[in-house]
Write a protein that binds this ligand. Structure first.
Ligand code: BES
Ligand code: MN
Ligand code: ZN
Length: 497
């Protein structure tokens, strides 16, 4: 969709539809007030009659409003003005886009970004409007034999800013929103693809395409090279599957040549059956999303390159399938990781940490500024934080704070859990240096504690996106999270040198 920024009066717009907000108790927003004045009180009449009360989720489409150049005016309910915060703003934009898509107009001008949102600025409003609009219109139709019929598409969206002097701020917000939205779309598409299409080889192919489009350096390691590195833990998971594993290394160089890179590590299990510790059948299809960490690394790199952020970022993606077979890991097997530490595989379904630990060891040779891994790692994280917050654990509080703050800024929030040494006791094994599970209590934390044993040489944070990377049920689909969080995190790092 084409998205532009504009300033100017709502009654003078010539697009197919102008969108203005109405607060609860029929209180018009500034733009609605202007429409009302130019129409000689036409809007006030409608509000008085009670056809639109300003409640959240309500909308009303008007035709041929007197004194207004454009054919349609869409009123969107904003809820109570005092409670108009980031979530309410995003909901209002989503309602507006849905209503526009239903009417079938091809272009519209939105007077919503100019409405003050508590603690947020104009650039944020614009960025979020772009993100919410793209997210609302997103459809995954790659696997359908023909495109779904029905609604005509909204092709052009113009976001109004209050004054001409604010056009530049609006443009900057829109540019960041567009870059993040493109990264989010890439992550969603990869997540939504089925496991028989999105294999480790396919992920590597897509990484190659991204690298050539975005100007990234890329290396894709195959099984023999992964063996040569000594990644025995990663390979122990991969060997249960007929699909060949890959280890993908992507480098974005936006900073000086010698500057230490931020390293992003993404879990790339293209299907997680659980292996010999096989999962129950219900909802197992959703384990195609077990590569969403990897997808978020690709999406983030795409956005960072688009924004030309002045810093260095390296993406590491260990990718394979977790399948049961005659060659698969068995409970009780002991494997040797690249770090030399041995691991007793008590549950083959705790495979994410087994592939990530070797990637974390590999990261040491990049002399990283810091390392952030992103993984759909534990069902326990869904129990702890639901589908709202990503789990965050770190061996460095400064890095944790940066990521928490970036999540707030991006409205892609994370919540920190403790990573005290006490939890690592649960990983003790009688037969190897550690076990790969720590029992039911604190499952998200013991998983992170396991990874922490491989991340001792640098500042490291772990994002558990098991609850946030995709939605289940009727709206099943990838979310593209935490691409917005990561892009904000990197943008801030780039800003601060
Ligand atoms: N990919 C899963 C985690 C997961 C499960 C994410 C459900 C989202 C929804 C991971 O590989 C896994 O199976 N983890 C196990 C760990 C357990 C065996 C210690 C889990 O969470 O049950
Ligand atoms: Mn698993
Ligand atoms: Zn998994």
């Amino acid at each position: 969709m084409e998205i532009g920024i504009k300033s100017g009066s709502p009654e003078k717009q010539r697009s197919a539809c102008v969108v203005v907000g109405i607060f609860d108790h029929r209180k018009p927003s500034l733009a609605a007030e202007i429409i009302d004045q130019s129409s000689g009180g036409y809007l006030a009449d409608i509000l008085r009659r009670g056809d639109m009360d300003g409640k959240p989720g309500s909308s009303l489409l008007l035709h041929n409003v007197p004194g207004v150049l454009c054919e349609r005016v869409l009123l969107v309910g904003l809820g109570k003005e005092r409670e108009f915060r980031d979530k309410q703003y995003r909901d209002a934009v989503r309602d507006a886009i849905r209503a526009l898509a239903d009417t079938g107009v091809s272009d519209a001008t939105l007077y919503l970004a100019e409405i003050p949102v508590k603690k947020r600025e104009l650039a944020w409003n614009v960025e979020q409007a772009v993100l919410v609009a793209e997210e609302t219109l997103y459809r995954f139709e790659q696997m359908k034999s023909k495109p779904e019929e029905g609604r005509k598409s909204l092709r052009k969206l113009t976001l109004a800013v209050p004054r001409r002097g604010e056009l530049a701020v609006g443009e900057a917000g829109a540019a960041r929103g567009k870059a993040i939205a493109a990264g989010v779309k890439l992550a969603k598409d990869l997540g939504n693809l089925p496991g028989n299409v999105c294999t480790p080889t396919y992920l590597a192919d897509q990484a190659n395409i991204l690298a050539s489009q975005a100007g990234l350096a890329i290396q894709v390691l195959e099984r023999t090279e992964i063996e040569a590195l000594g990644m025995g833990s990663f390979l122990s998971v991969a060997k249960g599957s007929d699909e060949a594993p890959r280890f993908i290394i992507l480098e974005y160089q936006g900073g000086p040549k010698g500057a230490k890179p931020v390293v992003l590590v993404g879990k790339g299990i293209t299907f997680d059956s659980g292996g010999i510790s096989i999962k129950p059948a219900a909802e197992m299809d959703e384990m195609k999303y077990d590569m969403c960490g990897a997808a978020s690394v690709l999406g983030t790199l795409a956005a960072v390159a688009e924004l030309k952020l002045p810093l260095n970022v390296t993406g590491l993606i260990p990718t394979c399938e977790n399948m049961p077979s005659g060659r698969a890991n068995k409970p009780g097997d002991v494997v040797t990781s690249m770090s030399g530490q041995t691991i007793e595989v008590l549950n083959t379904d705790a495979e994410g940490r087994l592939i990530l630990c070797d990637a974390l060891t590999y990261a040491e040779r990049l002399d990283p500024a810091c390392v952030v891994d992103i993984a759909t790692l534990t069902g326990a994280c869904v129990i702890a934080l639901g589908h709202v917050a990503t789990g965050l654990l770190a061996n460095d509080d400064g890095l944790a704070r940066e990521l928490l703050h970036a999540g707030e800024e991006a409205f892609d929030r994370a919540w920190q859990l403790p990573l005290w040494d006490d939890y690592a006791e649960q990983l003790k094994s009688n037969f190897a240096d550690m076990a790969n599970i720590g029992g039911r209590p604190g499952g998200t934390i013991t998983a992170a504690a396991f990874l922490g044993k491989f991340a001792k040489k640098y500042e490291w944070a772990h994002l558990d996106i098991a609850g946030t990377a995709w939605k289940s049920g009727k709206e099943k689909g990838g979310t593209g999270r935490p691409v917005p969080l990561l892009v904000h995190f990197l943008a801030k790092r780039a800003e601060n040198g």
